[in-house]
Design a protein. Sequence first.
Length: 205
Amino acid sequence: MQQAEAALGCSLPLALREVYELLGARPDLTGNQDPLLPASELFVHDEFGGVLVFRSENQGCAFWGVRLSDLDQDDPPVFVQSRHGWEPFLDRVSLACVELVLSETLFGDDGRLYNACELPSDLLDTVPRRFQRVALPDYPMWVGLKDSRWFSAPGKLLRQDGIGVHSWLHARGRTRADLESICDVVPGRWVLGYTESAEVDALPF
């Protein structure tokens, strides 16, 4: 980390330094979809008064980072560069990195235990009724969807992006049976065909 900080000309916040110490060598937990950047690839984005970027969307369409003006805080707020410019993501680096690990776990194992569906309005209340809300604040998706939130059950992890029209549900099972049981509980138009096949829009990321 000292090399990276010397190259950047600034010190990392304590929480971000601890993330790299704990997870910097765990690409299985941080590098499946929108990865934590290797310490040697940290960079400063010139917009928004300067942002130290530590995470990137897999095609470089969005970035997550900490404003240079907040680097003196131990656990500063994180911003995401969305289609509408930089906006608040989560109010602490530690929370943002919990979300990172959850998201990268969701898409792990080459997607073999993952599925997604667009949620029609009549299914929006199914997820909070049938699954436990994860204690993480709502946050925006970089594609412009608001109010992403997490749910879980033994062997199951779910992320709901949006709470109104055009909401999407992403699901991961510990086993294939776990995943199929989610698809049975939420009878949406699942992309990978666990229910009756139907045309669906492209995934919103």
